[in-house]
Design a protein around this ligand. Sequence first.
Ligand SMILES: *[C@@H]1O[C@H](CO)[C@@H](O)[C@H](O)[C@H]1NC(C)=O
Ligand SMILES: *[C@@H]1O[C@H](CO)[C@@H](O)[C@H](O)[C@H]1NC(C)=O
Ligand SMILES: *[C@@H]1O[C@H](CO)[C@@H](O)[C@H](O)[C@H]1NC(C)=O
Ligand SMILES: *[C@@H]1O[C@H](CO)[C@@H](O)[C@H](O)[C@H]1NC(C)=O
Ligand SMILES: *[C@@H]1O[C@H](CO)[C@@H](O)[C@H](O)[C@H]1NC(C)=O
Ligand SMILES: *[C@@H]1O[C@H](CO)[C@@H](O)[C@H](O)[C@H]1NC(C)=O
Ligand SMILES: *[C@@H]1O[C@H](CO)[C@@H](O)[C@H](O)[C@H]1NC(C)=O
Length: 634
Amino acid sequence: MFFVFILWLLLANYCSTTSIEMRAFRDFLVNQHLKHAIIIRAQEQQQQGQWGYLKEIRDLAMHCHIRFHRVSVKHDIENLFYKSSPKVGLYINITDPGESLHVLRDFAVKDKFKNSYAWFITMRALAEGLLDNLKIIKNIFKPLRLHINADVTLAIRVNGSRFHLFDVYKILPDFPATAEVKGNWSLQQGLIIDPMFKYGFMVRRTNFQNISIKVATVLHDKPKDFTNYTFLSNNRDWKELDPMPRKVYGLMRPMEDLYNFSFNIYYDTSWGGYIDVKTAGIVGRLYSHQAEFSLTPFRYLSGRVLLVDYSPEVHLERANFILRHPRHVSIRNVYLAPLAVPVWWCVLALIILTIVLLVIQIREEYKRWSQHHVQRKQLEQHVNFAMLVAAEALLMQGPPSEIFHLISSRTLIATVCVFVFILMEFYNGYIVGSLLAESPRTLTTLEALYNSNLELGMEDIQYNYHVFENSSSRLMHIIYKERILGANGKSHTNILPLEQGIYRIAQGGFAFHMSIDRAYRLLKNQLNERQFCELQEIRYIPGYSTGIILAKSTPYKEYVAQVTLKLRESSLMQYNNKLWEFHKIDCSLIKGNEIIVDMEHFGAALVFLGCAIVFSVTVLGIEIFYKKCQKLQK
Ligand SMILES: *[C@@H]1O[C@H](CO)[C@@H](O)[C@H](O)[C@H]1NC(C)=O
Ligand SMILES: *[C@@H]1O[C@H](CO)[C@@H](O)[C@H](O)[C@H]1NC(C)=O
Ligand SMILES: *[C@@H]1O[C@H](CO)[C@@H](O)[C@H](O)[C@H]1NC(C)=O
Ligand SMILES: *[C@@H]1O[C@H](CO)[C@@H](O)[C@H](O)[C@H]1NC(C)=O
Ligand SMILES: *[C@@H]1O[C@H](CO)[C@@H](O)[C@H](O)[C@H]1NC(C)=O
Ligand SMILES: *[C@@H]1O[C@H](CO)[C@@H](O)[C@H](O)[C@H]1NC(C)=O
Ligand SMILES: *[C@@H]1O[C@H](CO)[C@@H](O)[C@H](O)[C@H]1NC(C)=O
């Protein structure tokens, strides 16, 4: 048996109509700010009814923008509604409860009693008292699939042009219907609605009567001696294990008390597909309506929006590169570091100039004083002597004063001493300062990381692949291709399990892409405080927003959204974040505690001395050999 109905779409604003029911409906649409409506009308058997009805349509058509559809409801309901269209008002006049029930049932089967459809159902009072009427209402709605988010207003015409309005919903489709007095409508007073109904249904329907709602979560690493639930509800121990499911469970737990229900938790083994894998994990479970929402947060991805709905943000997942920052990134030797290259060249030029001047002056000294003094021999080899004198002056020793008598020589030597004094102040000051001061961190951007000689890797976890492969940043692609997959041209890739990645970060010279909070917790056990303070994250993105995902058809979407926003507003979300946040040690207290000059820094001096020794020994050998040769010749 199938019904043919005529439905039409009307713009609510300017319609005028003679029928009382239609006027009430028009007021209802205006009150709810609805612009579109569908009027459902059973095709009547009697000619007479048809007449009045056509007249009514004519009246409406004069003032309204109307489209007519003649459809068989059973088959074509979906065609009446656009996907994600704005809220629509639906109107039906129940003349014969038995017959109209079939129509309503057809709509109920297609799940059309949810929040995005505002139903306005009119009927004549079938009984005298209010209680009797409520009983009748409950009977009518008993077989219909209504949810807690139903928006059904039942208008019972009691007396002439007066309607009593009731709000009807069910906790679950197989629960008895609940009807609440919503207000009334009369020709004189128009629509009078109880102030309580000005707010969303989430504010009014807060008692779910102890039902249990199916939700899903993932517990990946669970210690053996915990049961699933005791571990999920534990927010004190084992914080280094994947914290997300427990954190969000702890956050959403008040929802149970708020609405008087309990979670019936499924423990899935995976989060589920990104785009094509619809059947796996939590996403698959929600897609096939086996659960209402998840208790683990999911990253917002456009591919997932087709499969599931999202709540507002519940957790910010910070996943970045983390590494132990090398102490000195510059290639320059620490002994050369204090002065810039041009300054070194100037110093060298000045020293050479000084030596040249000294050579000239020593020659003068020699000419004047050679008759009176016996320093002839020393002064004979001008160049060697001049270099020695210059070196003495540079090392602030100064040559014996009695050697030089000319004012010009003494001025030169004195000037060199002053110059050297200034140079040394800079030099020593810098080296001591640079050892004391924390060296500036230069590896702080993706670009610097890419140009560094560190090895780069990432945790072998689903979201990481997506982060790198589908990032909008070109550099991320390059890093992934060249440095993580290619691993500097070696045959292996640097996609590692968590433990290996942590171990390699601890060893140093390795940057690993993973969840930052977790990395800190795990590394805290492996590093001493000083090493821990060397940790550096490359914050190329503040974090990834995540939200709870919900099945597309779930009636609890508004509730979850409301709860998450309320938790944020009341700072309970921030409190929960604090609870799970990793509290870093204060590295400013550790800085500079322990200064040791290590081989890396001091090595250059040793190498220099070593080379000098080798050189001098070689020269000594040559000299002895030369002497021996001379003796032999004699
Ligand atoms: C609605 O049904 C009642 C009978 O139950 C009838 O009197 C009334 O005219 C109908 N209104 C419309 C608009 O069809
Ligand atoms: C119905 O209307 C009459 C007058 O039109 C009034 O006397 C009576 O009280 C009304 N009954 C109800 C239930 O409103
Ligand atoms: C109509 O609604 C108003 C406001 O809710 C209420 O004060 C009044 O008593 C109602 N009248 C009837 C007859 O229910
Ligand atoms: C929760 O629902 C149960 C069952 O309807 C009821 O007995 C209980 O009083 C409710 N609790 C609260 C706090 O409303
Ligand atoms: C609520 O349901 C739980 C099980 O889901 C049950 O243990 C408890 O007794 C129920 N409470 C009430 C008031 O019905
Ligand atoms: C605990 O969780 C695992 C998956 O993490 C699941 O396989 C197992 O069935 C769960 N146990 C119970 C008692 O629910
Ligand atoms: C990246 O996006 C493309 C296109 O949207 C998709 O086919 C691919 O599976 C995504 N990669 C990952 C790792 O999800």
